[in-house]
Design a binder for this molecule. Structure first.
Ligand SMILES: *Cc1c(COP(=O)(O)O)cnc(C)c1O
Length: 241
């Protein structure tokens, strides 16, 4: 198991390296987030031993258990799932990053509930870049106003944008949604140069995402292998697993 994680990690790092070379980027500009949802705490421990430090979780209850079991490890925790506004307190308390922010209310609550002794929690706004009616995220047109509202809030540090594009249609350009995300961030940076993050790219499409400027890629199956379904998974989550 640990050997296979290490081998997978080396293979993913090689893909990152090649994608960066093709687009003239430095691999240090791409952070690898290991998506450990449905994986046991022992898998996180092995990944940590292999050198991985940032982990992403989708399901709050499962995440809190694994965070407690990994309390002796210096892990950077990223919440990447859908967050209900009545569940913000444990996220504000235990996570360093939240990628799925799609409302002012959510951002405000996370900031208010961030423990005073901790650095502000890093946020990415989730953009519904493919215009899917069933998906979470803010419409691209609504992003600039939301950035203006969230950027000054105490307790949070707005870092950039996140997206989960729809599967690429046959004959479509897999880079198109990532390109649109990059263009949107570039426009925002004119008035908000502090925004430095594009969280996009998963196991199947990390290469296209890096070519279009991803700074955090969120990788599950390419690192840990296939996932088992968890009881905490709701039908709405299934598309994501
Ligand atoms: C599950 C998940 C990932 C990882 O997906 P893989 O295809 O396994 O790499 C990335 N981002 C989000 C938001 C996810 O839910």
């Amino acid at each position: 198991m640990s050997t296979s994680f290490t081998q997978n990690l080396i293979a993913v790092q090689q893909r990152i390296h090649e994608a960066c070379q093709r687009s003239g980027r430095q691999s240090t500009g791409v952070q690898l987030l290991a998506v450990s949802k449905t994986q046991p705490a022992s898998a996180i421990r092995e990944a940590f031993a292999a050198g991985q430090r940032a982990f992403g979780e989708n399901y709050l209850q499962e995440a809190l258990e694994k965070i407690a079991q990994s309390a002796d490890l210096a892990i950077e925790w990223h919440f990447i799932g859908q967050l209900q506004s009545n569940k913000t307190r444990p996220v504000a308390t235990h996570f360093d990053w939240v990628h799925g922010v799609d409302s002012l209310k959510l951002a405000r609550r996370l900031g208010e509930q961030r423990p005073a002794g901790k650095a502000p929690v890093n946020l990415c706004l989730q953009v519904n870049i493919s215009g899917e009616t069933s998906k979470g995220g803010v419409a691209p047109e609504a992003v600039p106003a939301l950035v203006e509202a969230i950027a000054p809030l105490p307790g949070v540090r707005l870092r950039g944008l996140m997206a989960i594009p729809a599967p690429c249609p046959p004959g479509g350009d897999p880079r198109a949604p990532f390109h649109a995300m990059h263009a949107l961030l570039s426009r925002l940076q004119k008035t908000h140069p502090e925004l430095d993050t594009l969280s996009m790219g998963m196991s199947a499409d990390l290469d296209a995402a890096i070519a279009e400027g991803a700074t955090i890629i969120r990788i599950g199956t390419a690192l840990f292998g296939p996932r088992n379904p968890t009881p905490s998974q709701t039908p709405a989550d299934k598309g994501m697993s």
